[in-house]
Design a protein around this ligand. Sequence first.
Ligand SMILES: Cc1cc2nc3c(=O)[nH]c(=O)nc-3n(C[C@H](O)[C@H](O)[C@H](O)COP(=O)(O)OP(=O)(O)OC[C@H]3O[C@@H](n4cnc5c(N)ncnc54)[C@H](O)[C@@H]3O)c2cc1C
Length: 454
Amino acid sequence: MPRRIVIIGANAAGVSAAAFARKTDRKAEITLIEKDKYAGYSRCGLPFVIGGEIPSLKNIILYPPSYYKMMKFDLRLETEAKGIDLGAKTVKIVDKEGREEELSFDSLIICTGARPWIPPIEGRDKKGVFMLRTIDDAKAIMEAMSTARKAIVIGAGAIGLEVAVGMREKGLDVTIVELLPHVLPLAIDADMAKTIQERLEEHGIRLILGKPVKRIIGDEKVKAVEVDGEELEAHMVVAATGVRANTDLAAEAGLAIGPTGAIKTDFRMRCLDARRQRPVEGVYAAGDCAESIHMVTGLPAVSQLGTTAVRMGKVAGINAAGGYAVFPGVLGSFVTKIFDLEVGSTGITAEMAKRLGMDVVTGMVTHLTKAEYFPGGKQIKVKLVVDKATKRVVGGQVAGGEDVTQRVNTLAVAIQAGMTVYELAMARTAYAPPVADVWEPIVLAADSVLRKLG
Ligand SMILES: Cc1cc2nc3c(=O)[nH]c(=O)nc-3n(C[C@H](O)[C@H](O)[C@H](O)COP(=O)(O)OP(=O)(O)OC[C@H]3O[C@@H](n4cnc5c(N)ncnc54)[C@H](O)[C@@H]3O)c2cc1C
């Protein structure tokens, strides 16, 4: 009898899990359960549809229906998983007509993702307050933008900034309000954030940092937002204040939920039993709903990034189909583009290190992406965070006009490989005037740390 694999949630993690399960077991019966009417699309593309760089929401649907047929996946759209019975190895599902069914599984992969979360701000339920997670959310935001002139974005994480840029590109008057003292507060340090803040302000976005939104004002519909005693007129508000893992199904089934609020997993993405805290054979979780370990701190962590979701999905899919794969943990490597400025980071920031009681040394350089004499080179800033005790690189931040992603990726590899700052300073990098300078900025940043270490 073929192996029956049931996957709950058909997006980044779920579709990746299905693809790798299929590669591992050509004969398995693979069923994907998805409560939305769309599967396998890129949420990451949504802000760029809002900003008009991507012409249509259709462009971000990654797989046509023919893909699921070709892969012999049984994709059930608009069907919700309502309960998991681990003893009987069944999942109860209900389709949009209300028809119930019990699916038996040999392996189950929970990829239920996350949902946006808004702190309990007075007025958050008013008409005109939006969140961005789904295609329907993006449609609603774009419709509101067609009549709004003034928009407020709450939260200056990557999604908040990307939406703010998109709305500004479309001509709206945009203000970002962030509770913490600088933009991208979980991904970069204040000194790097300054460059981004300047760029946002140059493009006419107002920033209110280090202040909470007190309340959202209006009758039925939003009219203004109160911050620090000031009433800011607003025709629409986008709250980009974080996400929470969808764990109800897992928790009700008796699976362990970790300190991050996501489903606990082991190194093979197996879920743990809540009572005994032991892996449950044949039951996996992947993506935004799953907790892993941070590769630098060793602490439970969620990265809630698409890159992590597809990699976790790969590991869960291979294991669920009888193969063997290991997930080493998360680093939180990310990159984004704020107007013409690319920004990214990996590992931990100096601010995070301080909160963890870790003594670090940092080095920062501003350099050029091409040889100094070659026309068109752009400025690039690299910051390195190095553990003082071990001299290992534990974090990196990069901001510049081009070539940021590959430097973030290089630093991610250096951290994963446990490289010291001495080794990074010896990196044998490439050079040609039109594409790079003879001195790689990462190496210069490492030299700057070495000078401080003495
Ligand atoms: C606006 C935006 C921009 C982003 N940009 C980036 C980026 O640039 N880079 C990056 O790395 N990451 C980015 N991300 C994060 C990335 O999109 C997520 O990490 C990724 O989508 C997680 O994939 P997932 O499959 O774990 O969860 P999801 O994409 O949330 O998918 C989970 C699916 O499960 C379904 N589901 C839930 N419960 C049930 C149930 N009971 N029954 C059936 N179906 C169910 C949901 O409908 C959903 O489709 C962005 C996210 C957003 C919202």
